[in-house]
Design a protein around this ligand. Structure first.
Ligand code: ZN
Length: 183
């Protein structure tokens, strides 16, 4: 497997609306595996193809197995639950909203509380080319909405006030140019 460089803001590729994947080829399956490995290596819980400069509607996530009997803040052992989605599409968004702390591998070092639908339904193609539809709640619902946003060129900072958004983007952009100059 291959680790891939994750783009950070202000890379214009992050603002692209990604293209649908026509066929689940060997290359697509390999890309999904590489994305998952890249995500784990970066300690992320989600990654979209646009974040690694691939113009394709692909997302990978691992929010672990969720146990509804456990309290949200309770410390629990992480049970891996890798999910790969091709051409994901939101079919339903609950009107009930939750606010959750979000971060993004493309905006390193910054978190913010973002309001999103508490539960969702999403349809997608799995790595075997089968059409699937799942309902998601909790962290996974937030994660799926965050990753699908990426495929539409939307970043979590877009939901913040203009001042907050510009402050975060300015700081990350400064590091982006500093790091690129050093190379
Ligand atoms: Zn992100």
């Amino acid at each position: 497997m291959t680790l891939i460089k994750i783009l950070t803001v202000p890379d214009p590729f992050l603002r692209l609306r990604a293209k649908e994947v026509a066929n689940v080829t060997f290359e697509i399956k390999k890309l999904l595996d590489d994305m998952l490995e890249t995500m784990y290596e970066a300690n992320g819980i989600g990654l979209a193809a646009t974040q690694i400069k691939e113009n394709k509607r692909l997302i990978v996530m691992d929010c672990g197995i969720q146990n509804s009997r456990q309290e949200e803040n309770e410390k629990k052992e992480f049970v891996p639950n890798p999910i790969k989605m091709i051409n994901p599409e939101l079919r339903f968004k609950s009107s009930e909203i939750v606010e959750r702390e979000e971060g993004c591998l493309s905006i390193p070092g910054y978190n913010a509380k973002i309001k999103r639908s508490k539960s969702i339904k999403v349809s997608y193609i799995d790595q075997n080319g089968n059409k699937k539809e799942i309902q998601a709640n909790g962290l996974l619902a937030t994660c799926i909405q965050h990753e699908i946003d990426h495929l539409n060129g939307v970043l979590f900072v877009d939901y913040l006030s203009r001042l907050k958004k510009e402050t975060i983007l300015k700081k990350v952009t400064k590091n982006y140019y500093k790091n690129n100059d050093e190379k």
